[in-house]
Design a protein around this ligand. Structure first.
Ligand code: CP
Ligand code: NVA
Length: 307
């Protein structure tokens, strides 16, 4: 596979292999540092939206591996506006060794992949967030040993993060449940694919509207912002619809007693996640954010063909 655009593009074996490599590279990093596998290699990082984790973790991935990263802001590139997506892909392919892009329209990242001769990584699109899902899987694996049979319940908006989480759960055998308000479902094509992948691994996909029912037996509860980047005009409306989906102590008490609480961050504290839970004993939100670094190191090393 040349690019890393969606979890669903990879086989279970390839995904588990990436996780195994991430575990190895994480241990290596904490034992004194990673070997300079990407020496002389540069990543172009295209951002159409703001970022803390994606920007800094990918930059650190390249530095830790002896390479370099170049941040390209929305104003600089004007992806699809100043210049066509295909031309940006073809030009950058002559300058850098890998492209990471955070875009609004998912088609922009697939088009980058189609026209770039170097690997392209999806750093979040309106459709999914595969690098986040790899870090999420690493975090779940660290807690439970593997994803097989783990009950993962997502509570909130059926958004990009939910779709990638569903795919990786289905690929690696975790049971995925989502509770979202009516009208805020994951796209039908994503659900259809999720069901197909779950059938292949023998896991389940459960679609609900009741958050309390969704967290029964949950070993991981996951939530994300109620209003994703690009949906700001709907903020007021969403703030009225989503409060019953808040992950708070009452909801967490209905899950498995050893449940972990996850969030891709940035969190809107006391909206989708209370301070009490975010900073409480079940929360893994910061180790989860830190795992972006290790999961992405494995993705970059494999795409560059250096590990
Ligand atoms: N979780 C995540 O992708 O965070 P950023 O938007 O800060 O990159
Ligand atoms: N669903 C959020 C994730 C941010 C990392 C968004 O797209 O804004």
């Amino acid at each position: 596979m040349k690019d890393f655009l969606s979890i669903s593009d990879y086989s279970s074996e390839e995904l588990q292999d990436l996780l195994d490599l991430a575990v190895k590279m994480k241990a290596q990093y904490f034992a004194g540092g990673n070997p300079p596998l990407a020496q002389g290699k540069v990543m172009a990082m295209i951002f159409q939206k703001p970022s803390l984790r994606t920007r800094v973790s990918f930059d650190m991935v390249m530095r830790h591996l002896g390479g370099d990263a170049l941040y390209l802001s929305p104003a600089e590139i004007g992806l699809g506006k100043r210049e066509s997506v295909a031309d940006v892909a073809r030009v950058l392919s002559g300058y850098v060794h890998v492209i990471m892009a955070r875009v609004f329209a998912h088609e922009h990242v697939t088009e980058l992949g189609e026209y770039a001769s170097v690997p392209v990584i999806n750093g979040l699109s309106d459709f999914n967030h595969p690098c986040q899902a790899m870090a999420d899987a690493l975090t779940i694996q660290e807690k439970f040993g593997s994803l097989k049979g783990v009950n993962v319940s997502y509570v909130g908006d059926g958004n990009n993060v939910a779709a990638s989480l569903m795919y990786i759960a289905a690929k690696l055998g975790a049971n995925f449940t989502i509770a979202n308000p009516e009208g805020y479902d994951m796209p039908a094509h994503a659900i259809e694919l999720g069901r197909k992948l779950a059938a292949e691994s023998g896991s389940s996909i459960t679609l609900l509207n009741d958050p309390h029912e969704a967290v029964k037996g949950a070993q991981a509860i996951y939530t994300d912002t109620w209003t994703s980047m690009g949906q700001e005009a709907e903020t007021e409306k969403r703030l009225k619809v989503f409060p019953p989906y808040q992950v708070n102590a009452d909801l967490v008490a209905k899950a498995d007693k050893d449940v972990i609480v996850m969030h891709c961050l940035p969190a809107h504290r006391n909206e989708e996640l209370t301070d009490e839970v975010a900073d409480g004993p079940h929360s893994v939100i910061f180790p989860q954010a830190h795992n972006r670094l290790h999961a992405q190191k494995a993705i970059v090393a494999r795409l560059l063909g250096v590990a």
